[in-house]
Design a protein around this ligand. Structure first.
Ligand code: FAD
Length: 508
């Protein structure tokens, strides 16, 4: 406290050096933000603690935001108290789930955020009566898949990496079974959430419905979801897994192949998951995926007409039928789906970005010529200079895909129901963390994106590119949902307690 004497002999006035409380409640003298957390017995790790650096390291070590404090709640009251204290002291709050954000958003994206690490909220329970899965806000995809299978041979569509956390369904969540069943966000039927005033609420369709809509696609801007309820599916045990490798002899051959794949993809049935991937060595690529129809014979009937058109023919291929768990393991590139529920501490160093194209505007031949020319001319050099890269072009739309049904725009704030392809451009940095290597990586991938991008294309928020400005990110990630999201933000979090560099702004 600072004592200030007022002129003219009036009594001295006490001026608080601590921030004025945003909630209007009076503070105990000398109370600090940490005192506020301590009063609620919120488990926390301060910057001075020996384990702070480890606990506050992003999965992507290229980015190193330094939080103000990391709390480790074990109860929803701890989460509420953290949000209330942060609001009182005007600090910004971010949930950390699995920590796999490409832009370290789970750590707030910049220095000084209050991070609520949800690792203690990792429970996964299947209810056979409702056929819903009740999943903690800090669970990881591999553990969810393993436990739902063990508890009732159930599954949810979601992404490949077992360690990814609940940011994934909060912002979309694509997996190889998503054309068949939808994104992971589409499976959320109810959430328990701590909102910006620190209160714990339920949200579902028809009950806090506007909040529920916003949380489904943009949750980090609206609350901390402590529990999700997901729709589940009886999992198929005979899934056709396929891959075909192509070595086109020229850019022109590569483009021919892709254009035929695109024509096929535009009417492919939803049971087919399909992606095209390139890795660091020019125009060679793999066409791979999984078929959730019934038999290998059905797959052959569907796929052979495409293969007959693809010249030069694949140089190698694999085709087999596997169960649900084995298929997940194949796409995870792992021999286990289980991940430590707490204390996860794996990292890598990378830059990535994405490009989302419209169902209504398939990529033109010229665009793919630019793309394969870039891969052929720039790709090998980048890889040789310590930037091993890949591009995965996943099929979201086409045919009767479950992802791209227009009415879903009303069910969730996920922005891109009109999607044909989602390109992910990704490079790790084996040449270290220097600014130079970062710049080289960013320039290389920006160049890749630029040669294909058209003015109406978007980007995928789960592959967040931290080099986008706030307004570019909002436009590219949320598309036509942005206006409504801003209105809901104004209602539920006008003071922007949940803020990070690419979060939603409240409507003015
Ligand atoms: C190796 C790897 C593989 C991937 N594979 C795929 C894939 O196949 N398909 C795909 O679609 N994406 C994939 N992704 C991207 C992934 O979906 C996103 O990075 C996702 O947002 C990570 O979530 P997280 O909880 O692990 O990360 P975090 O950094 O913890 O969180 C990401 C964002 O979500 C918020 N958040 C997390 N939990 C909650 C919660 N409970 N309540 C509210 N907000 C929350 C955080 O505040 C942050 O803003 C992959 C990422 C990696 C690194």
């Amino acid at each position: 406290m600072v004592r200030v004497s007022i002129l003219l002999g009036l009594a001295p006035v006490l001026v608080s050096a601590t921030p004025v409380p945003a909630d209007g409640f009076s503070l105990a003298p000398r109370e600090t933000f940490v005192d506020c957390l301590s009063a609620g017995k919120v488990p926390m790790v301060l910057q001075s603690a020996a384990n702070f650096n480890q606990l506050s390291s992003a999965y992507n070590l290229r980015l190193r935001p330094r939080p103000l404090v990391v709390t480790l709640p074990t109860t929803t009251t701890h989460v509420s108290d953290t949000v209330k204290c942060a609001k009182r002291y005007r600090h910004k709050v971010s949930a950390r789930g699995g920590g796999h954000s490409y832009s370290a958003q789970g750590l707030g994206g910049i220095d000084g955020s209050v991070v609520i690490d949800l690792q203690n909220f990792h429970s996964v329970k299947y209810d056979p009566k409702t056929q819903l899965a009740e999943v903690g806000g800090g669970a990881r995809l591999g553990n969810i898949a393993r436990q739902l299978y063990d508890q009732g041979k159930r599954g949810i569509p979601h992404g490949t990496c077992p360690a990814v956390g609940m940011g994934h369904p909060s912002l979309g969540g694509f997996g190889i079974s998503s054309r068949n069943w939808g994104l992971m966000v589409d499976q959320i039927v109810q959430v328990q959430v701590v909102t910006a005033d620190g209160s714990l609420k339920l949200a579902k369709k028809g009950y806090n419905g506007d909040l529920f809509w916003a949380l489904k696609g943009a949750a980090p801007s609206f609350g901390i979801i402590t529990k999700f309820w997901f729709k589940t599916y009886s999992v198929p045990e005979s899934i056709v897994n396929y891959s075909y490798r192509f070595q086109p002899r020229s850019v022109s051959e590569a483009v021919d192949l892709f254009m035929k794949i695109q024509t096929f993809a535009r009417t492919a049935p939803k049971e087919l998951g399909l992606g095209v991937s390139l890795w660091g060595s020019g125009v060679n690529f793999e066409l791979s995926g999984a078929y959730y129809g019934k038999t290998q014979q059905q797959f052959n009937t569907l796929f052979q007409p495409l293969l007959n058109q693809l010249t030069p023919a694949p140089t190698s291929s694999t085709l087999d039928t596997r169960g649900w768990i084995d298929t997940l393991l194949r796409f995870a590139g792992s021999n286990t789906l289980s991940v430590p529920e707490t204390g996860y501490n794996e990292h890598t160093t990378f830059f990535a970005k994405s490009l989302v194209t419209s169902n209504r505007a398939p990529i033109e031949r010229k665009g793919m010529e630019n793309f394969f020319n870039y891969a052929a001319n720039q790709g090998p050099g980048a890889a040789n200079q310590g930037l091993p890269w890949f591009v995965i072009i996943n099929l979201y739309g086409g045919g009767n895909s479950a992802i791209t049904q227009e009415p879903l725009l009303k069910e969730s704030s996920y922005g891109h129901r009109d999607t044909l392809w989602n390109f992910q451009f990704y490079t790790t940095m084996s040449n270290g963390l220097s600014t130079q290597s970062n710049t080289a990586a960013i320039n290389f991938l920006n160049g890749f994106d630029k040669v294909v991008r058209r003015s109406g294309d978007f980007s995928y928020v789960n592959y967040a590119d931290p080099t986008y400005t706030r307004s570019t990110a909002q436009r590219l990630y949320y598309g036509k949902q942005l206006t409504q999201l801003s209105l809901v933000k104004k209602k539920w979090d006008k003071d922007q307690v949940f803020w990070y560099p690419q979060s939603i702004d409240p409507a003015r």
